[in-house]
Write a protein that binds this ligand. Sequence first.
Ligand code: PBG
Length: 323
Amino acid sequence: MLQRPRRNRKSEVIRQMVQETHVSAANLIFPLFIVDGTFQKTEVASMPGIYRYSIDNLLREIESCLKLGLNSFDLFPNIEESLKDTMATESHRDDSLYLRAIREVKKNFPEACVITDVAMDPYSSDGHDGIVKNGEILNDETLEVLGKMALAHAQCGADIIAPSDMMDGRVGYIRKVLDENSFTNVSIMSYSAKYASAFYGPFRDALNSAPKFGDKKTYQMNPANQREALIEANLDELEGADFLMIKPALPYLDVIKLIKDNTELPVAAYNVSGEYAMIKAAIQKGWLNEQRAITEVLTSIRRAGATAILTYHAKEVLENKWL
Ligand code: PBG
């Protein structure tokens, strides 16, 4: 035999020498859930180890992440039901929980990268990402709300705006609103290919943001489609996105690879709540080795082509020095 691939696997030193993919702290983005009040830190039942923090504790949590070299955060608010309405007005009210949180984080940790979520669902009494009229999710009318939300986030100091609603034209619309208001340096990380997935369940528990009727299939993508992801990614690129994101990650590694092969922009992937819950549940049962399962998942997402990974595992992999 001339070729014996096993020679390159014979020792730890050689295995590391030929390793093609690495995950480092710089690639990781940590999603964090926020609730109103003080001294709050409540665990999300379906996401062991993940908490909803009031702003005071959020600042402590971010400080401890920064010490680990984890510098990027994606914030999501749990909004009290009584503050929700059909137009998601709480999403751009000056003194809202979310806007206060962004300001506080940027004031205390100007060096941290704050990513903000632009979509109506946490603030909508319908639990949908767009304005609902007669059971239909309106597209163009929703853009105006998204523009207000994005502008409010930028004014509070957001570094990257992440529209997660899958309305057509939102990236271009938001880019225009930001530029017209002199926020030319605020980036857009677009959820380009976001699928109508079963894996968002625990996230909706965390935020109490599940749709009150129907599903999200008229705006989020059909899990059966790959080529359609290219249409979405190309449009977002033309409309001015700085990053293209695929979501969920693990069941869509082929889509990550496809988009990576068709863009020069950095590609991000969201290792979502249901993926986290699945791994944690198996670990709790003693069915998987925690360190090996989690590092394998993150490495796979990187190998598929994601530069950045949004993951609930971000802090634990650094705390435990698993990378
Ligand atoms: C909503 C939004 C969702 C997630 C991020 N932004 C859920 C949804 O579309 O219903 C899911 C994240 C996760 O599951 O971890 N705009």
